[in-house]
Design a binder for this molecule. Structure first.
Ligand code: PHE
Length: 378
C-alpha cells in the first residue's frame, strides 16, 4: 500500500465523502426495497444504478483525483455500487418470482369449460370436389350448364329415350312431385314433375337451348328413393359432361376421360370402358379408372391387398357413351351432321375413395368436425 496521501484529502470532494457514498447506497437499497413491482423497480434502477445516478456521477469524480487518492475513493464507490447491484438483482429475482406465481393463478385456463367461440367453418368437400372437376373442363373450354332439381318428367326420362315401362320411372326409384302416373311420353309442358334422378336432363335442356358445337359440364344435386345408409343417400351429387360437335367419336370420349383422371389423380392415370346400357347413349359404357392407390399392383397379389379397389386394380367411376341419335333428334339436332359423347358420375363415391370416407352419412349430417379437416380450398 502506498503511504497515505497527506497533500490531498479526497474526503474534501463532496460527492466522494464516505457519508455521502453511504447515503447514496442506503437510498438505493431503500428504493429497491420499496419497489412493489417490476415497473417500479425498473424506475428505481434508472434512478439509483443508471448512468446518471448519484453513485455513477460520484464514480466519475474519481478520475479527477490525484493518483494517490484514487484507490481509496475507488474502493469506497466500488463497494457501494457492488452492494447496490447485488440488492437490485436480489429484488429483481423476488419480484419476478412473485409475478410468475401471480400469472399462473390469474391466467389459469380451465380447459374443461365449454368454449363459446363460434368455430370457423369450412366449405363442404363435395362442393370443392365438384368445383375441382368442373375446373378441369372449364380449363379445356367447356361451359358450366345448370338445370332445375324439380325437373319435368319429359326432360328426366322421355327426351333421354327412357321407354314408358323403364323401371326408373317407378315410384320405388323416383320421387314424383306432381302428376305421378300421368301418361308417360307426353310433352314437356304436360308432363309430370320429378326430382331429377340424374344430371342427364341438362343434356336435353342444353341441346334445346344452344346450337352445336356444345361443350358443357353440369354439376348438380340429384335424388333417388334410397334409404340413407353407409353407401346410399337419397340426395347426392353428380357431374355430367356433354360434347356435341361435328365428327366426335368414342376416341374423343376416351381421351377426355383420360385427361380428366390424369388432372385429378396424377399423370400416369388411365381409364377403361366396359360395355353397358343407357337409353340415352349408344354405344354405352361403364368407365373405370386405374386404382390410384395400388395402381393395379394388388391384383392377384394377396400379400398386398388394396382396400380402395378391393384388389380389383380398377375403380368404377360412372357411365358414359355416345349420345343416342334419338336424343339428338328429340332435341332438334341433326344426327347426320353432329355426334356427341356424354358421361356422368357420382361425387359422393369419388369423395369416398379419394379421401377414404367410409360412411356416406358423414357427408350429409352437417357436422363441421367432418368438413373442417378438408380445409378451405377455394
Ligand atoms: N345419368 C347416368 C346415371 O345417372 C350416367 C350417365 C351419364 C351415363 C351420361 C351415360 C352418359 O347413371
Amino acid at each position: 500500500m502506498s503511504a497515505p496521501n497527506k497533500s490531498y484529502d479526497p474526503v474534501e470532494v463532496e460527492a466522494l465523502k464516505p457519508e455521502n457514498i453511504e447515503r447514496m447506497r442506503d437510498e438505493a437499497l431503500a428504493a429497491f426495497d420499496a419497489a412493489a413491482d417490476l415497473d417500479a423497480l425498473a424506475q428505481a434502477k434508472t434512478a439509483h444504478a443508471g448512468g446518471t445516478s448519484p453513485l455513477s456521477l460520484a464514480n466519475r469524480e474519481i478520475g479527477a483525483l490525484p493518483p494517490q487518492a484514487k484507490a481509496e475513493a475507488g474502493k469506497r464507490v466500488g463497494m457501494a455500487r457492488g452492494q447496490v447491484n447485488k440488492a437490485l438483482a436480489a429484488r429483481q429475482a423476488v419480484l419476478e418470482a412473485e409475478r410468475d406465481e401471480r400469472v399462473l393463478v390469474e391466467e389459469a385456463v380451465d380447459v374443461t369449460l365449454p368454449y363459446d367461440r363460434v368455430p370457423s367453418g369450412a366449405r363442404h368437400p363435395l362442393t370443392t370436389m365438384m368445383e375441382r372437376v368442373a375446373d378441369v373442363f372449364v380449363g379445356m373450354g367447356y361451359e358450366i350448364a345448370e338445370g332445375p332439381e324439380a325437373e319435368a318428367e319429359w326432360f328426366n326420362f322421355d327426351a333421354l329415350n327412357f321407354t314408358p315401362d323403364h323401371p326408373a320411372r317407378q315410384m320405388q326409384d323416383t320421387f314424383f312431385v306432381r302428376g305421378e302416373g300421368q301418361e308417360p311420353g307426353s310433352r314437356e309442358d304436360e308432363s309430370g314433375i320429378v326430382l331429377r334422378t340424374h344430371t342427364s336432363p341438362v343434356q336435353a335442356r342444353t341441346l334445346l337451348d344452344r346450337e352445336p358445337p356444345v361443350y358443357v359440364v353440369c354439376p348438380g344435386r340429384v335424388y333417388r328413393t334410397d334409404e340413407l345408409d353407409a353407401t346410399h343417400t337419397p340426395v347426392f351429387h353428380q357431374i355430367e359432361l356433354l360434347a356435341v360437335d361435328e365428327g366426335l367419336t368414342m376416341a374423343d370420349l376416351k381421351g377426355t376421360l383420360d385427361h380428366m383422371v390424369q388432372a385429378l389423380f396424377g399423370p400416369d392415370m388411365k381409364t377403361r370402358l366396359r360395355p353397358n346400357f343407357f337409353p340415352f347413349t349408344e354405344p354405352s359404357a361403364e368407365m373405370d379408372m386405374v386404382c390410384y392407390v395400388c395402381r393395379g399392383a394388388s391384383v392377384g397379389n394377396p400379400e398386398r391387398p388394396c382396400r380402395t379397389c378391393g384388389s380389383e386394380g380398377w375403380i368404377e367411376l360412372g357411365g358414359c357413351g355416345m349420345v343416342n341419335p334419338k336424343v339428338l333428334v328429340a332435341c332438334g339436332v341433326d344426327p347426320e351432321k353432329y355426334s356427341g359423347f356424354a358421361f356422368g358420375f357420382g361425387i359422393e363415391r369419388m369423395l369416398m375413395f379419394r379421401h377414404n370416407v367410409e360412411d356416406m352419412r358423414d357427408m350429409v349430417e352437417g357436422d363441421i368436425r367432418f368438413t373442417r379437416p378438408f380445409g378451405m380450398e377455394i
